[in-house]
Design a protein around this ligand. Sequence first.
Ligand SMILES: Nc1nc2c(c(=O)[nH]1)N[C@H]1C(S)=C(S)[C@@H](COP(=O)(O)O)O[C@H]1N2
Ligand SMILES: [Mo]
Length: 217
Amino acid sequence: MTDDSPADSKLVRAKRRWAEEGRLLTGTTADPAVARLPPGQRLVRDWPVLDLGNQPLVDAARFRLDIGGAVRRPITLRFDDFMALPMTESVSDMHCVTQWSRYDNRWQGVSARTLIDLVEVSDKARHVIFHAVDGYATNVRLDQFDQPDVLLVHSWEGGPITREHGGPVRVLIPRLYLWKSAKWIRRIEFSITDQPGFWEGNGYHNNADPWLEERYS
Ligand SMILES: Nc1nc2c(c(=O)[nH]1)N[C@H]1C(S)=C(S)[C@@H](COP(=O)(O)O)O[C@H]1N2
Ligand SMILES: [Mo]
């Protein structure tokens, strides 16, 4: 493996070490009904950019979204097809495992529920695997995906999601650490079995609940 391949980059080696050492862990949990800020987090006002360093250019013409796996009606959406789906607006907080949280982000996009209904997800599906244009992948349980605040977003604070934040369309799962929210989404795979994604295979927690401080496995 070369030094600049993502799986062995300086960044990934450093993060694997964080996971091994349990860096940033406070050893406490919090109840989201009471504490808005999860343990060990601090508030920021800007929106930091984090990824593996390759930010693909996906314009509306190039955008494709495949949704398949354990579904009855697999589909490929072009950008116009996506934008023609029913849109939801929601305001939610973001929590990144590198310790920053940002409150009150206003999003527009298509709800997870709309997509689940659209492709007729099988009763046997239990997991959702997200595959992105840059080769990134991440996984959640179907019940974590199927929440009213989970969206495929195209807009933040009234403007389009920028390229650096995963535009034109990214996943947003606000109640999990942000590495579960794939940027530049390319394929959503409903699955009977679980498949660890990129960070999950590098020492990070499979479940990723910030209030339980599920940073590392
Ligand atoms: N496609 C893709 N999605 C990704 C990543 C990535 O490298 N590629 N990084 C993840 C990580 S580790 C974080 S913290 C968030 C950061 O999102 P942001 O840059 O919009 O803040 O994106 C997540 N989604
Ligand atoms: Mo991250």
